[in-house]
Design a protein around this ligand. Structure first.
Ligand code: NAD
Length: 309
């Protein structure tokens, strides 16, 4: 029988792509329950699903921040049985922490961390009873290493990494696997939503130096990084499809080979200094020289880049 796959956050980006790819599996191994908080946004998914809609893919309402919504969604699944859970829903938050409210940071944790925990608690008893299951968590490379001006977001992903690594040990006893998927930058609405957020943000109580580091150093470099090493949501979804199809899924899976050098810096120096100092240099010294200082005199294009295209 096909495995039931429940995915959160399918109105856009990685979740939408993953739902569509699994629903079109040529061996029809999956019955996809593609969920989203606001069903008013289901048009793009339904269009992309095409023939699969109502066959191997159904759309359901699910707000990961609401116990009620989770219970309601699971009660609509035949037998209430979820074989594969993909915790994909997530929100970002960037800016100087002095200028961001605690409520905004808590919202990031409510969605990214407690949202995933809420869903896992709901499906785990069934998986344990059946002695099988797979829980996939869309984490981030920011679950492995901190990035300035993303403190709360990175912390929410670090929290996921610690939580699910801990749980993975117990769950092996039940033949249930956990996979933390760690993409680098992915070109989805995610970045656009963040840029929109910051374009209207005022960041009160933040000193001028910090504001300058954010606007003049961090933001241009971040945009450049998305542009140069950003993956498509299709590519990330493909990696997740493979992970879901494997018989012994890994605990961790990065998706972007071009980003791995930065992650490796942390792994090779357990003191953490190599990663922190190199990233600091990249941002505050080399980037200034390479990306901002040496523009092509003829047309003003950025000739020298830290990241090859
Ligand atoms: P996206 O904004 O297109 O998708 C996120 C989805 O989560 C949206 O559909 C949004 O509506 C949904 N969502 C937010 N709050 C929700 C809630 N309370 N209940 C249900 N759904 C909710 O962006 P994406 O890039 O596809 O992000 C998917 C995941 O990938 C996120 O967890 C994100 O942290 C992670 N990620 C993204 C990037 C990137 O650069 N885009 C990189 C690494 C990891």
């Amino acid at each position: 029988a096909p495995r039931t796959v429940l995915i959160s956050g399918c109105s856009s980006g990685i979740g939408l792509e993953l739902a569509v790819q699994l629903a079109h599996d040529h061996r029809q191994r999956y019955q996809v329950v593609a969920t989203m908080r606001d069903l008013g946004k289901k048009g793009t998914l339904e269009e992309a699903a095409g023939d699969a809609l109502g066959q191997t893919l159904t759309v359901a309402q699910l707000d990961v921040c609401s116990d009620e919504s989770v219970a309601q969604c699971l009660s609509c699944i035949q037998g209430g049985e979820v074989d594969v859970l993909v915790n994909n829903a997530g929100v970002g938050l960037v800016g100087p922490l002095e200028g961001i409210s605690l409520a905004a940071m808590q919202n990031v944790f409510d969605t990214n961390f407690f949202g995933a925990v809420r869903l896992v608690r709901a499906v785990l008893p069934g998986m344990k009873r059946r002695r099988k299951g797979h829980i996939v968590v869309v984490s981030s490379v920011m679950g492995l290493q901190g990035v300035l001006f993303n403190e709360a977001y990175a912390a929410s992903k670090f929290a996921l990494e610690g939580f699910f690594e801990s749980l993975a040990i117990q769950l092996l006893q039940f033949n249930i696997f956990i996979t933390l998927v760690e993409p680098g930058p992915v070109v989805t609405d995610f970045e656009g939503k963040l840029l929109e957020q910051v374009s209207t943000a005022e960041f009160p109580d933040t000193d001028p130096d910090t504001l300058r580091y954010f606007w003049d150093f961090y933001l241009p470099t971040s945009k450049e990084l998305f542009h140069s090493v950003g993956q498509s949501p299709q590519d990330v979804a493909q990696v997740i499809v493979k992970v879901i199809g494997s018989t012994r899924p890994p605990l961790r899976r990065q998706t972007n080979a071009r980003y791995t050098p930065l992650v490796t810096l942390k792994a090779v120096d357990p003191s953490g200094s190599l990663y922190v100092r190199t990233t600091h240099c990249l941002l505050f010294r080399w980037t200034r020289l390479l990306n901002l200082g040496l523009r092509c005199l003829a047309c003003g294009c950025l000739r020298f880049r830290i990241w090859p295209r």
